[in-house]
Design a protein around this ligand. Structure first.
Ligand SMILES: [Fe+2]
Ligand SMILES: [Fe+2]
Length: 406
């Protein structure tokens, strides 16, 4: 008998122990021969390892020799990333431990991407920024027609799977990206899904519409020049956060997991608004954060007078996106103040994990804050983080491939 990762199992393996979710609800009984549909059930409920009959303990659980010198370097890097939060908090401490372990095992974790040279102003006027902000609502683009149509579908309880497919199929690039995500390790289907109607049948029209909405909004900002920010890296960070948040939400038995996903995909979208409409101010903030060692969020608030959180909220409000989505973006760094603190707390933790693991880069060098009050409301034990980080690590390639195309 051995504990084996769900990703490594093949159909026909037999459970040596019953499988329960985080709330002790029975998912599968002892003696169950596993089929494809069971792998999906297990992932949906945040179970990544099961005891099966006749298997030896997986080799990756055996300790490997540690390179002490590299460990010191990696621990220093991770210490910097978590320098603004209380690392004695049990949840933070576990994320730090797992981040170090992940970086030791995956030396290819990328540093912050280098930007093309650009003259960075030595100071920006906060007053000028605030004056420009007043005019921002006029400058923000009108809601793209695809976003509008997807939003209508989400708002209409009578909308059908056919409506979703009709809208999505209008955009070949959206269709291609959606099929890539649905066929990725994240959803874990073993046979290839080659059409939107089939994807809807398997993951549901709500989930697919939310995914389409998140991708379309993210794509709107892809054209920001590399002198200002590496957009692909930020989108990779956002997508990873959405995926990790969704895994966590499933594990915590939360409802509306599709909403968690799209909230994660959009949580830092305000930084792209900042970079698009205030490129000089954005570069100034990046440089000031690098020099001062403060978090970028602190610099945005103190020196620019407006953070990426407020920018994101403004955009989503102008586009009349669901209030729940606007709120989760608006409160991802302050979840206990949110009308839905559980959702915002999951986003905050997913953001922290993605920062620690170094998946993509949002422009922020460190985890800016941690709101324990909201975290207390979440029913996800710290002991579940390890399986969660393993699952995210397995999907790193998906995030990168999807965001670094062309
Ligand atoms: Fe953020
Ligand atoms: Fe983030």
């Amino acid at each position: 008998m051995g504990l084996v990762k769900v990703d490594k199992l093949t159909p026909g393996a037999v459970l040596a122990e019953e499988v329960r979710d985080a709330n002790a609800r029975l998912l599968l009984s002892k003696g169950q021969a596993l089929e494809d549909k069971h792998f999906r059930i297990l992932k949906m409920w945040g179970v990544f390892e099961v005891h099966v009959q006749g298997e030896d303990a997986p080799t990756e659980n055996r300790p490997e020799p540690i390179d002490g010198e590299r460990l010191a370097v990696v621990a220093g890097e991770v210490g910097e990333i978590f320098g603004a939060v209380d690392i004695s908090h049990p949840a933070v401490k576990e994320v730090v431990r797992l981040s170090i372990a992940h970086r030791m095992k995956h030396p290819q974790v990328q540093p912050r991407p280098a930007l093309r040279p650009m003259a960075v102003p030595t100071a920006v006027s906060r007053r000028e920024m605030l004056a420009k902000l007043d005019r921002l609502d006029v400058q923000l683009p009108e809601v793209p027609s695809l976003v509008y149509e997807l939003n209508e579908i989400i708002a209409d309880p009578m909308s059908s799977a056919g409506d979703v497919a009709q809208v999505v199929n209008k955009s070949p690039s959206l269709t291609a990206t959606l099929l890539k995500i649905v066929n990725s390790a994240f959803f874990g289907f073993r046979s290839k899904i080659d059409s939107i109607p089939r994807a809807i049948m398997l993951i549901g029209s709500k989930e697919l519409t939310s995914l389409a909405l998140g991708i379309t909004i993210m794509e709107t900002f892809r054209t920001i020049p590399r002198e200002v920010i590496d957009v692909a890296s930020l989108l990779e960070h956002n997508l990873a956060c959405g995926m990790v948040a969704r895994i966590m939400a499933a594990h915590g038995n939360m409802i509306h997991t599709e909403q968690v996903f799209v909230s994660g995909m959009l949580h830092d979208i305000g930084r792209l608004v900042l970079c698009k409409y205030f490129p000089q101010n954005a570069r100034y903030a990046f440089a000031a954060a690098d020099q001062s060692g403060d978090s970028l969020l602190t610099i945005e608030r103190n020196m620019l007078g407006c953070s990426h959180v407020q920018m994101g909220k403004r955009l989503l409000r102008k586009w009349k996106l669901p209030y729940a989505l606007e709120n989760s973006v608006a409160f991802h760094h302050q979840p206990s103040a949110s009308p839905d603190p559980e959702m915002a707390a999951v986003l905050q933790m997913a953001d922290m994990i993605v920062h620690g693991m170094g998946i993509g880069h949002s422009g922020e060098n460190k985890v800016p804050c941690f709101d324990d009050r909201a975290w207390q409301r979440i029913n996800i034990p710290v002991s579940a983080f390890q399986a969660l980080v393993h699952q995210a690590a397995h999907q790193v390639g998906t995030f990168r491939d999807l965001m670094r195309r062309s």
